[in-house]
Design a protein. Structure first.
Length: 211
């Protein structure tokens, strides 16, 4: 069964991205890594959990409001079940809009990108750059190591980021990544030119990762 990554990237795409990274690193001592994740958060699981919790709250409130204490205490479990279902449905379909907020997607993808960047092998000059793609959210994040962040204006990263997201919007994921790699390499070459003793410290090929 094809995964979300398979639907957006072919083996040919991976080869082109790899070649783009290799070509980029001939210009600079900077290291570019590409990671692709199917998603950055279990959105459906979260929706079920939130919805189930609200359904339980509705049921408990219904039990409290419909109890009778004439000859002992009695509860209307039918009404409680009904309101529990109502609470679940309201939450399930309503909270979907909350989870789909652009800010929520940005935050989830950025957090996942930082987590995976921390797992990368540290480069000698702290000159690593991670291009992180999260397929389900259709989002990208670019994380730069300390030495690069000190040289390049934070606003610069909007350019390669926009190249990726514009291409993803057209279903051309690999094309956007390659354009971003070329753009970043041009910038890095100005501040971190390739040295005679340069070694390849990070993988050139895209890595498929999860949460």
């Amino acid at each position: 069964m094809a995964t979300s990554v398979d639907k957006c990237f072919s083996e040919g795409d991976f080869k082109q991205i790899t070649e783009a990274v290799k070509a980029a690193e001939l210009k600079t001592s900077g290291e570019i890594a590409v990671m692709i994740a199917p998603h950055s958060r279990h959105w459906l699981v979260d929706r079920w959990l939130f919805s189930a919790a609200l359904g339980i709250v509705f049921s408990l409130v219904s039990l409290y409001l419909t109890r009778e204490s004439n000859w002992g205490t009695y509860y209307n479990f039918t009404q409680a079940a009904f309101w529990g279902i109502i609470g679940f449905l309201i939450s399930y379909f309503g909270i979907n809009l909350w989870f789909k907020r652009l800010s929520a997607r940005h935050k989830a993808v950025w957090k996942n990108a930082l987590r995976h960047f921390a797992k990368l092998q540290p480069t000698r000059g702290h000159t690593g750059v991670l291009i992180f793609i999260s397929v389900e959210e259709n989002e990208a994040a670019i994380v730069a190591d300390k030495a690069i962040a000190e040289k390049l204006d934070p606003a610069y990263w909007q350019l390669p980021h926009s190249l990726i997201e514009k291409a993803m919007g057209k279903g051309r994921h690999a094309e956007g990544i390659i354009e971003a790699i070329q753009e970043i390499a041009t910038q890095l070459a100005q501040f971190f030119p390739r040295q005679a003793d340069d070694i390849n410290e990070l993988p050139d090929g895209p890595e498929i990762v999860d949460l």
